[in-house]
Design a protein around this ligand. Structure first.
Ligand code: M6R
Length: 365
């Protein structure tokens, strides 16, 4: 039931504050990750884990890419991420004591399942799935499952599944971090941030009218570029996937530092460039990348917070986001990108919930 919404996708975007709450429910106190957050069996597996291999497809792959930034920076253990369709068909090597993690909304994606089956013979210590569908194949065939508890996702474009995957992966990062020298104070800060996150997501959703206006600049375009740095690069990727998937506009994402290695040649006035630019360590670098784009006549749409100090100017439109801590940025900044692609698709009159050529669950190769 879509309720008051025109499309499932919009309903699911609006559900995200609650979905984050549900994912935290029963797993955290106000300041700590609960010991049994992932069940009794998880303890032994996490105790042994010295390295991580993440496998997924599409949006779930982007969640895995964000998790890599978190796991390596907060838990200090090596984390590799790969798309399932590549991993399953190549000769791979598992690091000693590594945990094999799949991420999937449906739990039925053929390539991801095949990668899990392959991994069983490769010497991983255990397998874990971050999944939204109880009883799905990935849940049944993995040693451990962290359920994202987002409820059924109907729109083909994945939205609430992504934010719940990120929430669950942040909790997993804490569980791993604890075993690798993360101090209590850091854990406390992250948990407090996660508990506050649903309210911030509500604030981001409240920017919907402004984003709808912004979407008009995209409807007639054929190409677009999405930029980010650090853990915001996977968010640029996910934003570009949303746009291409439902609006059929070609969208490419780049880590902003790569611009001068090629894509800068594409930039002209017909190329809208979306940038996720929260205030963080990489902002100054990102800003100089944006100047490179502006100098070539590109039209910039920048999602930034007050502290980022990016101002509207000729060829540059800013959408002011609520401020949040660095670690929460990926979860918060995907919201406006979801809304943007939604409104562009509506303007173009595409079938938002059922985009052409795509299926919700890719159970065949
Ligand atoms: O069910 P899964 O998470 O395994 O699905 C993976 C991809 O097929 C999926 O995320 C796809 O990319 C979405 N349609 C993107 O919005």
């Amino acid at each position: 039931d879509k309720g008051e919404f025109r499309h499932y996708m919009m309903k699911e975007i609006y559900e995200q504050p609650d979905v984050i709450r549900q994912c935290l429910e029963g797993r955290v106190s106000e300041t700590r990750l609960l010991e049994q957050a992932f069940g009794v069996k998880a303890k032994e597996v996490l105790d042994q884990t010295q390295a991580i291999q993440i496998i997924a497809c599409g949006t779930s792959y982007h969640a895995g890419m964000v998790a890599k930034y978190w796991i390596e920076s907060l838990a200090g253990i090596p984390c590799q991420v790969e798309v399932a369709s590549e991993y399953r068909y190549r000769k791979t090597v598992a690091l000693p004591n590594s945990l094999f993690i799949t991420i999937s909304q449906s739990g039925e994606t053929a390539d991801t399942l095949a990668a899990l089956r392959k991994a069983k013979d490769l010497g991983f210590t255990a397998s874990l799935t971050v999944c939204n569908v109880p009883g799905s194949s990935l849940v049944r065939e993995s040693d451990l499952a962290i359920m994202t508890n987002a409820g059924p996702e109907i729109g083909v474009a994945s939205t609430k599944a992504f934010t719940s995957q990120l929430t669950a992966l942040m909790l997993l990062t804490i569980a791993l971090g604890r075993r690798h020298g993360m101090v209590d104070q850091v854990e406390e800060e992250i948990i407090k941030d996660l508990v506050k996150l649903p309210e911030l997501v509500e604030k981001a959703i409240a920017l919907d009218d402004k984003i709808e206006k912004m979407s008009q600049a995209f409807a007639e375009k054929h190409n677009s570029l999405f930029l980010g740095r650090g853990a915001m690069f996977p968010i640029a990727l996910e934003g570009s996937l949303k746009l291409k998937e439902i609006s059929y506009i070609h969208a490419e994402a780049y880590p902003a530092g790569e611009l001068k290695h090629g894509p800068l040649a594409l930039v002209d006035k017909d190329m809208p460039i979306v940038t996720v630019a929260p205030h963080n360590d990489l902002l100054d670098k990102l800003k100089s990348n944006l100047e490179e784009v502006r100098a070539r006549g590109g039209e910039l749409f920048v999602f930034a917070d007050e502290k980022s100090k990016v101002k509207d100017a000729d060829g540059l439109t800013v959408l002011n986001m609520p401020s949040c801590s660095d670690l929460m940025e990926p979860i918060l900044y995907i919201i406006p990108l979801q809304l943007l692609s939604y409104h562009v698709a509506v303007l173009k009159g595409t079938d938002v919930d059922q985009p052409r050529n795509l299926a919700k669950s890719v159970t065949v190769e």
